[in-house]
Design a binder for this molecule. Structure first.
Ligand SMILES: [Zn+2]
Length: 126
C-alpha cells in the first residue's frame, strides 16, 4: 500500500508532549536565537623551533618562538591549521565560545527531541 499515512507501531495516537519538554525546547530556542557568529574548531597555544641553525630556539636551554595560537578545524575530514595573532584570538574568542554553546545546545536538543518522541510513542527506553 504505497503512500499510506504512517501508523504508529501500536496504532494508537501519540501521547501529548510533556509540558516540561515544551518549556525546555523554548529555552533552547531562545538561547540559539541569541548566538552570534560561530567559528568551528579549537585554539591551542604553541611554541615552536624554527629551522634556522644558531637561533636561540636551538640553544641549551632553548628559548622557543611564540606563543602562536593555532586554530585547527576539520575540512572534508582533513585537519586545517591557521595561526592567529593574540589579537585575532581575542577578537574571535566569542565566535569560538558561541560555537561551543551551539554544539552543546544541538546535543541537548537532539536528546530532548528523542526523549519527547519516545515518550509520545511509548517506544520505551531504547
Ligand atoms: Zn628560532
Amino acid at each position: 500500500m504505497p503512500n499510506e499515512p504512517t501508523q504508529t507501531t501500536s496504532g494508537k495516537r501519540p501521547a501529548p508532549i510533556a509540558p516540561e519538554h515544551q518549556r525546555r525546547l523554548g529555552e533552547i530556542l531562545t538561547e540559539l536565537a541569541a548566538l552570534g557568529f560561530c567559528l568551528p574548531g579549537s585554539l591551542a597555544e604553541r611554541h615552536i623551533r624554527c629551522p634556522r641553525p644558531g637561533c636561540h630556539c636551538h640553544a641549551d636551554p632553548p628559548k622557543l618562538h611564540g606563543p602562536y595560537i593555532a586554530w585547527t578545524r576539520k575540512v572534508n575530514q582533513k585537519t586545517v591549521t591557521r595561526n592567529l595573532t593574540p589579537e585575532q584570538a581575542r577578537r574571535y574568542g566569542p565566535w569560538f565560545q558561541d560555537n561551543r554553546r551551539l554544539r552543546q545546545l544541538t546535543s541537548e536538543l537532539h536528546a530532548l527531541s528523542l526523549n519527547a518522541a519516545a515518550e509520545a510513542e511509548e517506544w520505551g527506553e531504547k
